[in-house]
Design a binder for this molecule. Structure first.
Ligand code: SF4
Length: 336
């Protein structure tokens, strides 16, 4: 097992400290140019979902790989985009997962670093409290505690499942402490790397966005209007309705912050959970989700009934776009 493959561990942090390089030298010295480029590559790759592996055969390569991680955390913090932070943490965790799959031994040490104490060598026994802590965000039914065999407080998991849980625990550990409070001077010294990353981020945002101009509630379809009314009254929406509302609002240029604040009047408002859901739909997991079509809305009971325009469209976004044309004629290049 190479520590440089798991740069988020305490052992890795200790090795970086013991290397004794100052932040100034990492940010400025020519000898660390390769480390800065690797750090920028980690962030750039994370934007598209997969961080590429790099050669770490020599001690110098392993140290460079280790040093690139704290620098990448500074860079992703300088970019100040909450969705990118989540994408980055997820991509680093997925890289670690791919490394774990190659490990013949040493998984225990990484698991222990992540607060997990599986009793192996596999299938593993893990205490339910650790399992719940690590697996609480995994939604597929197979992870539900009720669907697992519990014997004297322990569950049995396969090696693959253990690595999957470790990936999730790693994602949470990597997300902790982000964004790092990087000062302007530090971000300025990394401008050469941050500028192309900013442009890449803007391209991704532009690709995911439908430019319909400023948000206009008057043009919302009946389904969205009724959901907003319900939220404003403090009612909790069903999961499918919440997904439809959030994905619709994000798709028409509302920011994640604006959407999150809409739910702050809900009786059981949980900011952290709401933020996780909204940013997940916005693309924190590498995929940004589109709102469901009318047929799906109707299937889930989220269509309050059609009005005249509803009968001419099949998607709430088309409804909004058509209404917006009435409010503001589209620019020549957007004319159908
Ligand atoms: S028909 Fe479509 S746009 Fe109209 S209310 Fe139903 S789901 Fe919304």
């Amino acid at each position: 097992m190479r520590i440089s493959d798991y740069p988020f561990t305490e052992a890795a942090a200790k090795e970086v400290r013991e290397a004794g390089y100052s932040l100034e030298s990492l940010l400025g010295k020519t000898i660390f140019r390769g480390v800065r480029s690797r750090a920028a590559q980690r962030v750039s790759d994370a934007m598209s979902g997969t961080i590429t592996e790099t050669a770490t055969n020599t001690q110098a390569e392993q140290l460079a790989e280790l040093l690139s991680y704290p620098l990448a955390r500074i860079m992703v913090s300088c970019l100040d985009d909450s969705i990118l932070l989540r994408r980055y943490a997820l991509a680093e965790a997925k890289l670690a997962f791919r490394m774990m799959q190659k490990e013949k031994e040493g998984l225990d040490a990484i698991a222990n670093d992540l607060g997990l104490h599986p009793q192996g060598p596999g299938p593993y026994k893990i205490h339910f409290s650790e399992y719940i802590r690590a697996a609480h965000r995994m939604h597929s039914p197979k992870w539900k505690l009720t669907n697992r065999d519990l014997m004297q407080g322990y569950l049995t998991i396969t090696r693959e499942e253990l690595m999957r849980i470790m990936e999730e625990a790693a994602r949470e550990k990597i997300m902790k402490g982000l964004p790092i409070p990087a000062d302007e001077e530090t971000c300025a010294s990394l401008q050469e790397y941050l500028q192309p990353l900013k442009e890449q981020l803007e391209r991704i945002r532009a690709r995911d966005r439908v430019d319909l101009g400023a948000v206009n509630e008057g043009a919302f379809p009946p389904c969205i209007k009724s959901m907003l009314k319900s939220v404003a009254k403090g009612n909790n929406l069903a999961h499918s309705a919440r997904f439809a509302l959030v994905s619709f609002l994000l798709q028409i240029n509302m920011t994640a912050e604006e959407v999150i604040s809409l739910f702050s009047t809900s009786p059981d408002y949980d900011e952290e959970r709401t933020r996780y859901q909204v940013e997940h739909i916005a693309g924190a997991s590498g995929t940004s989700y589109k709102p469901p079509a009318c047929a799906t809305m109707a299937t889930y009971g989220n269509c309050p009934g059609e009005d005249e325009l509803c009968r001419k469209i099949r998607h709430p976004l088309s409804y909004y776009e058509r209404r917006m044309r009435i409010f503001k004629p589209l620019s020549p290049e957007r004319q159908p």
